[in-house]
Design a protein around this ligand. Structure first.
Ligand code: HEM
Length: 470
């Protein structure tokens, strides 16, 4: 593995980042043919390349060893605090730069050292009841996810018939994790009804429609209320469990972490579900064979390698000048590492046999090192159930478009589809009419319900999203 070269090495001579001719990150190839995009960069620049991210010059690290080295940060070079960004301190970052809200977020992703450790302990302890599959909370969550998945499929079939056409992103993969957000916050169900407003606002934010800004303000205010309430009256939810682990967490800190959680669960987990289904349907990366062999985790692993939902990670800034690849990165320059590009580096792909039953676990879709993902097990469980239910309930699922015509989101960070159009054929019986297990506090799925009966959370949400008439 090629290490970052210590400072004693002579620095390569080149103009500063701001003066290098940087290629725009968000071009057509980046969206439609990322492998081509990254390979062109690699051929021209090697393992690190200057790119233009929506008007701001950034170093994009595309080599696998370099990405891993930066993520592990064994020498303590890399800061995640926005104050470490030279241009930000000097006030030269445009005030309307679309990524500014991300890097200015007040959450554990953008803290260093003891600040980061404290919040990470709250996360790992707080998530334990939901990630340790022997715990009652985790079991109840799994049951609920199964129920949400089945009901979403019921509604899809009610609207579209036994065989038909559906957008599995809008009708399945994206709404499903929203219910999980509600459950983790302790507002979703299980306590006598759902906080539809919060989940619908989250949907509006993720949908980035005209009312997204207002929805975001309401969402944050509602989350602040929930977090403040948990400091005085804890429940059996994630914020309460985080508070129990780190009692001096303030309501503001908790709100920042929960805001991050809504993105990670509501958006990124839905993206992994979609990307996994897509890889299975396309069949080019072995994900379909894994699925046929009953190896769902393996299918998820392959999808995470081919299209990591967090394609590029924002941002890291070196505390001192550091050489990476052919360039000398100056202290305070913005650096994005790219798991998506690293997974295409021959240094990574060269190590795996194309016909191996198990793919490499050394992929970087969950990051690595001191900021590695703490919700991996939860996200994997939700994705596994979602994918499993889909392929059990449908006898036939195929893409409604050739793979190269699928539309991908234009995002510097996320690799996800805008829509996942499929032709489907339902297996076996028509939509189930199973009752929700007693004691869940959630009304039963209500295909046969009379007008007087309340609609379930799934149906209420879908109705507001205009994805269901019933
Ligand atoms: C498929 C879904 C998910 C993917 C692909 C994913 C991936 C990642 C990645 C790549 C990072 C590191 C970012 C960086 O190093 O710059 C990260 C951080 C994190 N993830 Fe996840 N994540 C997912 C879901 C979740 C969920 C569901 C949770 C918890 C509810 C979670 C909790 C966290 C936390 C707390 C961090 C911040 C760690 C830190 O900065 O110290 N993630 N995730």
């Amino acid at each position: 593995m090629e290490p970052q070269i210590p400072q004693a090495e002579p620095a390569p001579a080149h103009p500063p980042l701001e003066s290098l001719a940087a290629r725009p990150l968000l071009d057509r190839d980046y969206e439609a043919r990322p492998a081509v995009f990254y390979e062109k960069l690699r051929a021209e620049y090697g393992p690190v390349a200057p790119v233009d991210v929506l008007g701001v010059p950034v170093w994009l690290v595309i080599g696998y060893p370099q990405t891993l080295d930066i993520l592990r940060d064994a020498r303590g070079i890399w800061s995640r605090r926005v104050e470490s960004w030279r241009a930000y301190r000097e006030g030269t970052v445009p005030a309307d730069w679309p990524m500014l809200p991300v890097v200015e977020s007040d959450n554990c992703g953008f803290r260093d050292g003891a600040d980061s450790t404290r919040l990470r302990s709250a996360w790992s302890e707080g998530l334990r009841p939901f990630q340790d599959r022997t715990r009652p909370e985790a079991k109840a969550l799994e049951e609920a996810v199964r129920r949400y998945a089945d009901e979403l499929i019921d509604v899809l079939a009610e609207n579209g018939g036994r065989t038909g056409h559906a957008d599995l992103a809008a009708q399945y993969a994206r709404p499903l994790p929203l219910m999980v957000v509600g459950r983790l916050l302790g507002t979703g169900d299980g306590d006598g009804g759902g906080d539809d407003g919060l989940i619908v606002d989250l949907w509006r934010v993720l949908d980035a429609g005209p009312d997204a800004q207002e929805a975001s303000t309401r969402l944050l205010a509602r989350m602040a209320e929930v977090c403040a309430a948990r400091t005085t009256a804890p429940g059996r939810d994630l914020p309460s469990a985080m508070l129990a682990a780190v009692p001096d967490l303030t309501a503001e800190e908790l709100t920042g972490e929960m805001a991050m959680m809504t993105g990670l669960v509501g958006d990124v987990t839905g993206t992994l579900i979609c990307n996994t289904v897509t890889e299975v349907l396309i069949g080019g990366t072995g994900a379909r064979d894994s699925m046929s062999a009953g190896l769902i985790h393996e299918a998820i692993n392959r999808a995470s390698t081919a299209n990591p939902p967090m394609a590029n990670l924002a941002f890291r800034w070196p505390r001192s000048d550091v050489r990476v690849g052919r360039f000398q990165i100056a202290a305070g320059d913005p650096v994005m590492v790219s798991p998506a590009a690293a997974h295409l580096d021959p240094a990574f792909t060269g190590n795996s046999a194309p016909d191996a039953i198990y793919s490499s676990r050394a992929h970087l879709a969950w990051s690595a090192g001191p900021h590695a993902c703490l919700g991996r097990d939860l996200a994997t469980t939700v994705t596994t159930i979602a994918v499993e239910r889909l392929f059990e309930r449908f006898a036939g699922l195929r893409l409604a478009l050739p793979p190269d015509q699928l539309a991908w989101r234009s995002s510097p960070l996320i690799r996800g589809l805008r829509a996942l159009p499929v032709h489907y054929e339902l297996a076996g019986e028509p939509p189930r009419r199973a009752a929700a297990p007693s004691g869940t506090g959630e009304p039963a799925p209500d295909t046969n319900r009379s007008e007087a009966e309340p609609a379930s959370l799934v149906r209420r949400i879908l109705r507001v999203m205009r994805l269901s008439q019933s």
